[in-house]
Design a protein around this ligand. Structure first.
Ligand code: NAD
Length: 509
């Protein structure tokens, strides 16, 4: 069930003409649930003009590796609105996830997933569960920037921007305010990822001060996820980074009763995409078994987005009545509350038959006639004073028995006059100088060279005294490494920004 989802954006085209919606029927159960939803929308009087697009498996088969052909992008540019059934993502190598591509290409920065329990009609241990997960949708590990660096080690870059954090956090607070929600919880792992997750948490704290009417708290994501699974009723709105949000929204949907029940909105400044949270369920595809409710919830979010709130309300109340009447698809059927276990088509017909009826024991839905738009503006970037003070050089080294002291002795004389070898880490743990012989070492070594004059201290103090270096000194170091036949695989500059260390310490440093 969706809130009074006031997610209209400033730039969404609004006219008296019937809005156009691109429709992707998707893969697996997609075509069945999409047809069921479109039948309900039409019976409820939704004023929409559909523009079908072909994405997913069909496109992959035709060699479109992005899963979305140019013709579909053209339609999307015109409609700015997409109702999408799930798509099968080919696993392993080859194709990129189409879902991620669409979200990022269209700038859909906010993923909004309301989840509610419909107990006792849909079994759930948590009858009062009513949580909205708001997930950052473009950044984090989902940038998909991965490299194999050595024989043994691959990496995935986690990219987080201050603007990205501020936009999603502000969105979460605005959403809470517009929908009468009382609390926003932030979840991060900033005890480990102090720069990336730390930025998200810090931004949350800063923005929260502008919303004194809303209660706030923060959980480390591991205990936060555990509490969402065990005591979800404690939560109201949760805002988090991309990967964590992906995981916890499925956890919450599952404990609410079924992943088949929840829908989601992907909101950007100019585009919006609505979809169920579940996948293409190939195991039940083509069997008339799938629950169309998740996509129906998404379609109702879309109606709210388009200002057709009374149509959304009518559908929601008929849908609740259908659940109460015990008309259930197999995924939510129970011994005590199911009167008729039905297929996708029959479920849709049952909702259509109840249009105009209200639920009798579940709370009915009453949306205001028009939703107030959420408008997010974010602060300007403040340019900091950035000083180069060193460099981390990652080296592929596999000599002898991989003794870090041997690598240290090889590198020390190559540091040059302006730099010193500060430490070597392996998978983030310091192994030189004074490493532990017990530490397992791969063939990928991070070698930290810092300014000779550096008085860098671990606690971020004494940065004033630092002697910056020039890029030329880094290039000189790389040239010496190359001359020595050392295989460097990448480098990261070490900066002090506005007098503060802007990189993490090695574990054990
Ligand atoms: P899934 O959500 O498709 O299925 C998980 C389980 O839930 C299955 O047992 C399935 O039968 C059941 N289920 C899912 N939706 C249901 C519904 N509406 N009614 C009844 N039962 C339902 O997850 P998966 O099996 O991990 O993924 C299958 C494919 O879907 C993969 O290729 C994956 O990449 C893709 N996927 C796509 C999206 C999307 O398009 N947004 C999201 C998630 C997964």
């Amino acid at each position: 069930m969706v809130d009074n989802l006031s997610i209209l954006q400033q730039n969404t085209p609004r006219s008296t003409a019937v809005p156009q919606v691109a429709v992707a029927y998707g893969d697996g159960i997609g075509p069945e649930i999409m047809q069921a939803v479109l039948d309900i929308l039409s019976a409820a009087g939704a004023e929409l003009e559909y523009r079908p697009i072909q994405v997913g498996n069909e496109a992959y088969k035709q060699g479109v590796s992005s899963g979305i052909p140019d013709s579909a992008w053209d339609v999307l540019r015109e409609t700015r609105m997409l109702l999408k059934a799930p798509i099968t993502t080919p696993q392993g190598g080859g194709y990129k996830s189409l879902n991620v591509t669409i979200r990022k290409t269209l700038g859909l920065y906010a993923n909004v997933r309301p989840v509610k329990a419909f107990s006792p009609f849909v079994e759930s241990r948590f009858s009062n569960l009513d949580v909205v997960i708001i997930r950052e949708n473009e950044e984090d590990l989902y940038a998909g920037i991965e490299h194999q660096q050595t024989d043994e080690v691959v990496q995935c870059l986690k990219l987080v921007s201050r603007q990205g954090c501020e936009r999603i956090v502000r969105y979460a607070f605005e959403y809470a305010r517009n929908n009468g929600r009382k609390k926003v919880t932030c979840m991060t792992k900033d005890n480990i990822m102090k720069l990336t997750d730390g930025l998200f948490h810090r931004t949350f704290d800063e923005v929260a001060r502008e919303y004194p009417d809303i209660e706030t708290n923060h959980f480390i994501i591991d205990i936060g996820a555990a509490l969402l699974a065990d005591r979800p009723e404690q939560f109201d709105v949760v805002v988090t980074l991309n990967l964590y949000g992906d995981i916890i929204s499925d956890i919450v949907a599952q404990v609410a009763g079924s992943v088949g029940l929840a829908g989601s909105a992907n909101i950007g400044e100019r585009f919006a995409l609505f979809e169920a949270i579940h996948g293409s369920a190939p195991d039940i595809a083509g069997k008339n078994l799938a629950n169309p409710s998740g996509l129906l919830q998404a379609a109702c979010m879309m109606l709210l987005h388009l200002g057709q709130s009374k149509v959304a309300e009518k559908i929601q109340n008929a849908w609740l009545r259908t659940l109460e009447d015990g008309i259930h698809t197999g995924d939510v059927a129970s011994e005590n509350f199911t009167r008729a276990k039905v297929g996708t088509r029959e479920f849709a017909q049952a909702v259509i038959d109840r249009l105009g009826q209200m639920p009798s024991s579940l709370a009915s839905v009453n949306y205001p006639a028009s939703a107030k738009p959420i408008q997010i503006s974010i602060s300007q970037t403040i340019k900091g004073i950035k000083q180069l003070v060193g460099v981390d050089i990652f080296i592929h080294w596999n000599e002898g028995d991989r003794n870090p002291d041997q690598l240290g002795s090889l590198l020390e004389p190559l540091a040059g006059e302006r730099l010193q070898l500060k430490m070597i880490t392996n998978r983030g743990v310091k192994v030189y100088p004074n490493g532990f012989p017990e530490t397992h070492c791969t063939d990928n070594w991070r070698c930290r060279f810092v300014s000779q004059k550096s008085t860098l201290k671990v606690d971020n103090e004494d940065m004033d005294d630092i002697q910056p270096i020039r890029h030329a000194e880094v290039l000189g170091l790389l040239a010496r490494l190359e001359a020595e036949g050392i295989d460097f695989i990448k480098m990261e500059n070490l900066y002090v920004i506005d007098g503060k260390r802007a990189y993490s310490l090695g574990q054990g440093e």
